[in-house]
Design a protein around this ligand. Structure first.
Ligand code: CA
Length: 424
């Protein structure tokens, strides 16, 4: 494990106990600055400008192209490779640890390099070329199967043999804080045989974690379980907004389309796989059936990351409607990537693969309103006396996530998305 993960490390920047960003995290993001952009990291509530650090010689020994550090997206930075980006993370860790006074005592440099996250304009961190959504939580797939198909055979025959997925839409992935309009489209009313057109009535979230591809492959090349982690740069939280009524009518036989592509919201920070190393946890036993050899896993490839979803009504008090954990995944990220490329399909730096809704075994850990309200039959009581089966106009859905171990909490910052009324 990297020195930067040492739980004993403290920073000279003050970090509150509930912060997602202690010195052990050092995630990467993009901040708008004037007319340009900066590659940034964060400790506590202080955003760190990597372009300014480099300009002032703090990355000596790591040769970095300054243009990469003022890009609009992290893609070129990620493409430098893990060897280099991990060096950058370790260098930042060293510079900001409490015993290092080089930068701490240089007021002029500090002023140019640090700024408050409260005033920061954080933008979409990655230019997502291709986006794939998986369906890898067994509890979620079982719940959906029970609701819409045969409760006795909730999982379809392929589910335990491969990580089911579909190719999603990258253009509508937005950063936290971007409001979305309620989508409109075709729906088939209950008991009718002809569709109607109008605003979606069953708007839902899906609690997911996505990984960002950190190393491209060539067409025809397949990633293996042994080298899959080299191709994963880091993780972000992901809300896969879903219009259930539109989805239900359109998805046969080719899968999700407009019920999904109107928007997905991600956190502004990409937390590196290396920063999450302390939270690595056991992967579920896959013996009945055993996957085919190319998908077989004998390592701990799940991650113990607590996940939360809050619904906050307009001008109202919010409520946590879901507490789940990334460790509940049946198929892990490596298996997803290996399966994705087994046919020779190439992946590119910046591609995003979302986990699929992450549900745990109990109702309180279900990762979508579809499951929490069990198709609308069990509404959730809100603090203001209203009820939720699905998401209302004016509601903000907030996704949070963090791993906690040895007094260190590594998080992602929140994914905040407000639903506005349908655009005329
Ligand atoms: Ca999904």
């Amino acid at each position: 494990m990297s020195k930067a993960n040492n739980p004993k490390l403290k920073s000279w920047i003050e970090v509150s106990a509930d912060s997602d960003f202690p010195i052990q995290n050092i995630p990467f993001g993009i901040m708008k600055k004037g007319k340009g952009f900066r590659v940034v990291s964060i400790i506590g509530d202080q955003v760190i400008d990597l372009f300014e650090l480099n300009k002032r010689g703090y990355f000596s020994g790591i040769s970095l192209d300054s243009n990469v550090l003022k890009s609009e997206f992290l893609n070129d930075f990620i493409a430098l490779g893990k060897k280099k980006t991990n060096k950058v993370r370790e260098k930042i860790s060293m510079l900001f640890k409490h015993t290092n006074r080089t930068l701490k005592n240089n007021e002029k440099d500090k002023k140019a390099i640090l700024s408050s996250v409260k005033k920061a304009n954080l933008s979409l961190p990655v230019k997502v070329g291709d986006y794939t959504d998986f369906y890898s939580s067994r509890d979620h797939a079982t719940n959906v199967g029970k609701m819409f198909r045969d409760p006795a055979n909730a999982l379809l025959p392929n589910w335990l043999h491969l990580p089911v997925g579909y190719h999603g839409r990258a253009s509508s992935i937005v950063v936290s804080g971007t409001p979305l309009h309620r989508p409109k489209g075709q729906q088939l009313p209950m008991g009718k045989d002809k569709p109607v057109f109008g605003p979606c009535k069953l708007l839902d979230f899906e609690l997911e974690v996505a990984f960002v591809v950190g190393k491209s492959t060539h067409l025809g090349e397949s990633i293996t379980m042994d080298n899959a982690e080299d191709h994963i740069f880091g993780l972000t939280l992901f809300n896969d907004w879903s219009a259930r009524d539109i989805q239900k009518w359109e998805y046969v036989p080719l899968g999700p389309f407009l019920g999904k592509s109107f928007g997905s919201t991600i956190s502004p920070w990409i937390v590196t796989l290396e920063a999450l190393e302390p939270f690595r946890s056991k992967s579920p036993k896959q013996t009945r059936p055993k996957p085919l050899p190319y998908l077989r896993n004998d390592k701990d490839r799940n991650y113990d990351i607590n996940l939360f979803v809050d619904i906050v009504p307009e001008n109202g008090q919010g409520k946590t409607v879901c507490e789940s954990n990334f460790k509940y995944m049946y198929w892990n990220m490596c298996q997803q990537l290996v399966h994705h490329t087994v046919n020779g399909c190439n992946v590119n730096v910046g591609d995003m693969c979302a986990s699929g809704t992450i549900s745990g075994p109990q109702r309180g850990s279900f990762g979508s309103m579809l499951e929490i309200s069990w198709k609308g039959t069990m509404p959730v009581d809100m603090p203001d006396g209203s009820q939720r089966k699905f998401i209302h106009d004016g509601d903000t859905v907030i996704v949070r996530g963090c791993g906690e171990k040895d007094g260190v909490r590594i998080g992602f910052g929140e994914v905040n998305g407000k639903i506005l009324p349908t655009k005329k």
